[in-house]
Design a binder for this molecule. Structure first.
Ligand code: URA
Length: 270
């Protein structure tokens, strides 16, 4: 190979290598191959300042969207959540992430269940023992009461969608910590977007104060429809609280009657 050709090949390979460093992998000969291409060892020749070389030189820092090691785009957690276009994708992301876990080891993901097109979504607090074992929200005693409350206003589980603020069980069924709620919230918000319900029913204070982002008593939040990201949200007692305080069943009944009327007004399916 003539010296001129040799120089050109070396310069081209060097340029391509520079670009690969910054923008990711593509098919280019390695340094070893570079030597093999040349009949004599390549000399260090300063690359010509072509337009592309200038722009590469002028980049001080690698673009933050790319990692220097694996050359893959580095998506943030919010990017990953936003990229989920279905509940299945979101579930897979929730399975893969550690951030949704509590300090109780070896828990199962309790993602959510029901009609993915539901116009009514119920949001509880966190999975308990039975929910953790079965990977499904509200399957224990409180869940049975929730089913009865829903049946009383002519809903069955197949018509609604049920999820919790936390997707993993906290130890000893303690209240979810503020930081756990904060870490879980973006996943739940995406889940709500994907289900796209007309109405949300928060059962219990933890659920309501987390979604409404305010500290208020349950009593002060019930019996009205709150605006929530372009939807309507209602608050009532948690079924576990009703099991301990049966005197709250009556006000809960009033809440869910109101919820059903609004659902019908909004032409909720079916
Ligand atoms: N309590 C909740 O808030 N959620 C469940 O899934 C079970 C009990």
């Amino acid at each position: 190979m003539s010296k001129q050709k040799n120089d050109l090949v070396s310069r081209t390979i060097r340029l391509l290598n520079q670009q690969r460093e910054l923008f990711g992998d593509f098919d280019v000969s390695s340094d070893k191959n570079e030597e093999a291409l040349s009949s004599s060892p390549a000399k260090e020749i300063p690359p010509e300042k072509t337009d592309s070389a200038k722009s590469v030189d002028s980049v001080q820092e690698p673009k933050p969207a790319y990692s220097a090691q694996n050359k893959q785009p580095q998506l943030t957690e919010s990017d990953l959540i936003a990229k989920c276009d279905s509940l299945e994708e979101l579930r897979a992301l929730c399975e893969a992430t550690e951030v949704l876990k509590t300090d109780l080891p070896n828990t199962n993901l309790v993602f959510g269940i029901g009609n993915p097109d539901a116009d009514l979504m119920i949001v509880g607090e966190a999975p308990g023992f039975n929910e953790d074992r079965q990977g499904e929200p509200f399957v224990g005693q409180a869940g049975k009461l929730l089913d009865k409350i829903m049946a009383a206003i002519s809903f069955n589980r197949d018509q609604i969608y049920i999820a919790n603020i936390l997707k993993h069980r906290p130890p000893d069924n303690r209240d979810p910590k503020p930081e756990e709620r904060k870490r879980s919230l973006p996943y739940l918000l995406r889940q709500i977007e994907l289900v796209n319900p007309k109405l949300i029913l928060c059962v219990g204070r933890i659920s309501a104060t987390t979604l409404l982002a305010k500290d208020a008593s349950l009593k002060s939040m019930r019996q009205k429809f709150h605006e929530f990201h372009g939807r309507e949200l209602m608050v009532t007692y948690h079924p576990a609280a009703l099991l301990r305080n049966p005197q709250w069943k009556r006000p809960c009944w009033e809440d869910v009657q109101k919820l059903r009327s609004r659902y019908d007004e909004l032409d909720g399916k079916p």
